[in-house]
Design a protein around this ligand. Sequence first.
Ligand code: GLA
Length: 360
Amino acid sequence: MTFSELYRRSPSAHGEAPGRVNLIGEHTDYNGGFVLPAAIPRRTIVDLAPRDDRLVRVWSAQFPDIDPIEYRLGDERRRGAWVDYVQGLTWVLAAEGLRAGFDARIESTVPLGSGLSSSAALEIALGRALRDAFQLQMDDVTLAVRGRRVETDFVGAPIGIMDQMACSLADTTSALFLDTRSLTYSRVPLPPASALIVIDSGVTHRHAGGEYAVRREECARAAALLHVKELRDVSGEELDRVNGLPEPLNRRARHVVTENARVLETVRALEACDLSTAGRLFLESHASMRDDFQVSIAPIDALVELARHVEGVYGVRLTGGGFGGSVVALADRSKSAEAARVIVESHNLKSRASARVLVP
Ligand code: GLA
């Protein structure tokens, strides 16, 4: 349904944001470490018209059979549904001066639960539309920080800052090298001879609570035992101390410490257009997530194992929080479309899976 079919008027504000894929630097963001995400060419789009009262009406084309959902500003209540990201944002933006309600229409090509930050894309796209409609004073970094609060303080998912920063600042031609402690970032151009392949495993994930929160807590415990503020503060030379921690904290900390080093190495490799080295680092990152951080699952390991041997693929790994979601491969640009097709077809045939190519 169009905006005017839904609300019998025209929208006056607009916001967009892409989904993201993380190249490397997984579960480092809530440890003060480094990440390297890029935007994907799938986006969330929000059209909006302000109202004179405090009513919010919102409709999503991803759930076309559901009528617009309504609530009043100040009456935000968690419902365990997608509208929580909208409610969470109006709740957070009250502090930025959001006083009036609005009618909104959401449309998105970022799949839900595939590890590509559909929720962050919605927070940033809606935040931009609201900024536009109500002249809110927020730059893109502030918007990302507010978006994260939606998740941590309203939805109850204790995530880091990577996804919102990526959806707010990243583009599709470079990777965003972000220091999650200082929020300083730079853009690392993707080598022209390379392409990213993103494949949705077909196994969806959930982050609110569950294993993600357990990992976060394990990292905090490891940091306390190592007498540092965050695992970011442990260098690669201190792995002996890390290995001396009790199980499984030794593994968790080892992943974070080695993963931070891999991000720095990947940045150097991409800058030198050294795709073989970058690909090797992708594979090492996957092994570390599988064996030390233990956030992979058998169908994803099977997909990675198959993809790594396909012609034109330099490296491949689970991307995002884990326990399902997508894999990202670094590939030769001229071979990437064919490689993606071969990976998905063979994997689905072999594992009776329903994986699908999302990029390219
Ligand atoms: C999810 C979280 C991010 C980050 C990743 C793992 O995507 O939202 O903050 O922790 O998992 O790297």
